[in-house]
Design a protein around this ligand. Structure first.
Ligand SMILES: *Cc1c(COP(=O)(O)O)cnc(C)c1O
Length: 456
């Protein structure tokens, strides 16, 4: 199927579904529909032209940042819901989409082994983490939030917003939270909540959640799992044993965050927060002066910090789950496994190529980082940036990341890096299921880019 055929089919299927939706409101007297006239057509074409000033995020040769195109079912379901533009702040604003949100969120919770939970969708991982840490702070007033120095940068900010002290915990050479450093922090008695990152944003490293939880036999603390990036990998069958054990332990955390808009094939505006104890709903109680409460049922506006939320995001997630259920061995899981295979394959090629340095640790998920060989860190960094630019000239889109030099094997540079020194790396997030099939093409363009700037 060509791209034009796929676009035509998309609009045909969407139009059919729109007629089904409209038929449900046929009891109403007809109201004049707002049509797109000549002026709108012109404006929309101009819009398309403006949008061309983007890297091709939708294409497999875009293998840089965490950008994954939504599945067509998600785009179509979102567009369909736009006919009504439901607001999931309350049942009044989005009855069907609220029910769909509850079902979709329950499916996410079940994926982690939770049969009971309290949770809802958010605008993204940041807001979902904010809610989880807000509740954590209310349960342990005056105590600090601890997260690794590779945790998402927003945890420190969120702690500041909540008026909680933030304690960064050192990571090991693999980019995972260091348990000795964590235990030292816990021993101060000042830590109320530990954030375990299941898939760090730079490296995709998975903190040893199972072993973090074991420390609760000696110290009292709450555990929040930030699985915004890596959570869906719990469905993948090709993980290393330690990664598997960490993700399996998610069932024992107090709260979890996952981003359907990262690996769940959703448009932006779709994060998810889950609490293991449904009783956490008590913290959200509010007395709205507005008449949101036409129903006796508990509604999502009563268990969410945000008021207006897009019902369409819930509809898109629900439809995607219907088509691609969260099952081990299913099509959705195979897409994640393909990305991980591509990452392992790319790392192997980089490690044996001769002109690159790869970190000591293999990727836990589907993110690969590497730098160029050099006499100094500065030379490696400069070469990595050159390869990045040359790759772009060949329509291969990578990203850059600054990593601690200690993540690379001893002897990578003539002078051993000092603690705290960093090196600029190329970074590739191989999160599209198609990346595996495109790996040879990606590799050949990368070789061509390297030949332009690195000595053979
Ligand atoms: C992306 C990410 C976040 C932030 O989520 P947004 O959806 O960008 O707000 C938080 N934590 C981790 C581990 C992430 O990867």
């Amino acid at each position: 199927m060509t791209e034009a055929d796929a676009a035509g089919e998309f609009l045909r299927v969407l139009a059919q579904a729109q007629r089904v939706l409209e038929a449900g409101f046929a009891y109403l007297p007809p109201a004049k529909p707002e049509a797109l006239g000549q002026d709108a057509t012109r404006v929309l074409k101009e819009t398309a032209e403006r949008l061309r000033d983007n890297d091709p995020y939708q294409h497999p040769l875009y293998a840089g940042q965490m950008l994954k195109p939504p599945h067509p079912i998600a785009r179509a379901a979102y567009a369909l819901a736009m006919q009504l533009n439901p607001n999931n702040h309350a049942l009044d604003g989005g009855r069907a989409s609220s029910a769909m949100e509850m079902e979709a969120v329950a499916a996410v919770a079940r994926m982690f082994g939770w049969s009971e939970h309290l949770g809802h969708l958010t605008s993204g991982g940041t807001f979902a983490n904010l809610e989880a840490l807000w509740v954590a702070g209310l349960l342990a007033p005056g105590l600090a939030i601890a997260a690794s120095d590779q945790a998402h940068y927003t945890h420190a900010r969120i702690s500041a917003v909540l008026g909680l002290r933030f304690v960064p915990i050192a990571t090991d050479a693999r980019g995972r939270m260091d348990l000795i450093a964590l235990e030292a922090a816990l021993a101060t008695g000042q830590i109320g909540t530990v954030v375990a990152t299941l898939g760090t944003t730079a490296l995709g490293a998975v903190d040893p959640l199972d072993r973090i939880l074991e420390l609760r036999s000696r110290y009292p603390f709450r555990v929040h799992g930030d699985a915004a990036y890596g959570g869906y990998f719990t469905l993948a069958a090709n993980l290393e044993a330690e990664t598997r054990a960490a993700l399996d332990a998610a069932v024992e955390t107090d709260s979890l965050v996952i981003d359907p808009h990262k690996h769940g094939l959703q448009p932006y505006g779709c994060g998810c927060v889950l609490f293991r104890d449904p009783g956490m709903g008590r913290f959200y109680r509010h007395d709205s002066p507005y008449t949101y409460f036409t129903s006796e049922e508990l509604h999502l506006g009563e268990i969410s910090l945000e008021c207006s939320r897009p019902g369409a995001a819930a509809v898109a997630l629900w439809a995607t789950q219907k088509l691609l259920p969260y099952e081990r061995g299913g099509e959705f899981a195979r897409g994640l496994e393909a990305g991980r295979e591509a990452a392992m394959e790319l790392r192997e090629k980089l490690a044996t190529e001769g002109r690159y340095l790869v970190p000591t640790a293999e990727p836990d998920l589907d993110i690969v980082c590497w730098t160029a060989t050099g006499r100094t860190l500065a030379e490696s960094s400069a070469r990595a940036r050159q390869v990045f630019e040359e790759a772009r000239r060949r329509d291969l889109y990578l990203a850059l990341a600054e990593l601690p030099a200690r993540m690379f094997p001893a002897g990578s540079w003539p002078v051993e890096p000092r603690p705290g020194e960093t090196v600029t790396c190329l970074r590739s997030v191989l999160m599209k299921p198609e990346h595996k099939a495109w790996l040879d093409e990606i590799w050949s363009r990368l070789c061509s880019a390297a030949n332009a700037v690195l000595a053979p």
